[in-house]
Design a protein around this ligand. Structure first.
Ligand SMILES: [Zn+2]
Length: 383
């Protein structure tokens, strides 16, 4: 897993900070985008992210600085797409609050945007306690139903599971994703990506030495069962495999001044990485909360309460300039990344908290991902 912050600025894209967007590269190669503020595609081009690998987009809420880049990104993906219209191409899945489908239909239709690949929009239905009444979806507007784009496929309407208070979005054999409710001026959501635990690899050298031949016995060993060897000795359960790898958990929150319900706390508990907004400094906490935003201390309190390993702050007011100036580590020229195998650096440049150590208390024997800063391919040009 590798997380790249493509934009860490609030409200609008500036020369030193892009508007909200985070890219998550998964172990199996897909890339998922969380929020897509104006200029996200430019930031993608400056980063090491491969746009051809983007398969899912998650939108936390419908404020412009989180979605103005989405129609443009779709059109650019289409220009780079080799599938002809009507062919069975991979369907791009987009998740976001109610209203997102309408927004995309109108934007793509008014601009006569043709797309070369199918897409689907799954909408999350917010609850009435996620924003002040004025911020809830306008029923007149959401009742509008322009015809779908020719490439649009039917999507689902998602509601929270009453037991877990989480919105189950998707799951497969590698990963599961759920969403949870946040409080903001308009309904906002956070997303939790959970890798599945992976069984340990076979200790092939040991098995060879013991005379265990590849075949059904390997399957028993792999499944953690004991095996009787030809000479009568017994290979104990679990002795023929390396320790399993615990799946990582990454939570990316949209704008918020707090959680709604229990889903968020449940999702963030023990997360390896929490990406949290910190629009204003601690001294402006009241102002931040009035605007439905957080401060670094507020974000840190949640991270501490949930025993999160690493907190990555983002969505800074444009009044705060990046450390290091233009091209500095915090300037978003090529993205600040977590995980992967890049060069190592501290987390202070983005306001994150430096991990206390290299090892997570929940795991042993495995080096943890740390925040790393990758220099931009092309330094950003201040204007
Ligand atoms: Zn917002």
């Amino acid at each position: 897993m590798e997380v790249t912050v493509l934009g860490s600025g609030s409200a609008y894209p500036g020369p030193l900070r892009g508007a909200s967007a985070v890219a998550l590269r998964l172990e199996h190669g897909e890339t998922w985008i969380f929020d897509c503020g104006e200029g996200t595609q430019t930031q993608l081009m400056k980063s090491r992210t491969k746009t051809g690998k983007i398969s899912k987009i998650f939108v936390s809420h419908l404020h412009g600085d989180h979605v103005y880049g989405l129609p443009g990104l779709l059109c650019t993906l289409s220009l780079n797409c080799s599938s002809a219209p009507g062919q069975q191409g991979q369907c791009l899945e987009i998740f976001g609050p109610v209203g997102l489908r309408l927004y995309l239909r109108v934007a793509l239709r008014v601009c006569s945007s043709e797309l070369m690949f199918p897409f689907t929009v799954h909408e999350l239905e917010p609850t009435s306690d996620q924003s002040p009444p004025a911020g809830l979806p306008d029923p007149d507007l959401t009742a509008c139903s322009p015809p779908p784009h020719p490439q649009e496929r039917p999507g689902r309407t998602l509601r929270p599971d009453p037991e877990s208070d989480l919105y189950p979005l998707l799951q497969d054999e590698r990963v599961s994703v759920s969403a949870f409710r946040l409080f903001h001026r308009v309904p906002s959501f956070g997303f939790c990506v959970q890798e599945r635990d992976r069984p340990g690899r076979l200790r092939v050298e040991l098995l060879k030495q013991l005379g265990v031949k590849p075949g059904p016995l390997y399957g028993r060993v792999k499944n953690g069962l004991s095996v009787r060897l030809e000479d009568g000795r017994v290979l104990g359960a679990g002795e023929g495999v390396e320790p399993g790898v615990r799946g990582r958990r990454v939570c990316v929150l949209g704008d918020c001044s707090g959680l709604v319900g229990e889903g968020g706390r449940r999702a963030c508990q023990g997360a390896d990485l929490l990406v949290h907004e910190a629009t204003l400094e601690d001294g402006l906490r009241e102002q931040a909360e009035e605007r439905g935003h957080s401060t670094p201390s507020g974000a840190a309190a949640l991270a501490r309460d949930c025993a999160v390993h690493t907190l990555l702050l983002t969505h800074f007011s444009q009044r705060y300039k990046p450390a290091g100036g233009p091209g500095g580590a915090g300037s978003q020229g090529g993205g600040v990344t977590w995980g992967g195998r890049g060069r190592r650096a501290g987390a202070e440049e983005t306001g994150g908290t430096r991990p206390a150590g290299n090892r997570h208390p929940r795991r042993t024997g495995r080096r943890l991902p740390r925040l790393t800063c990758s220099p931009p391919k092309t330094p950003p040009t201040p204007s």
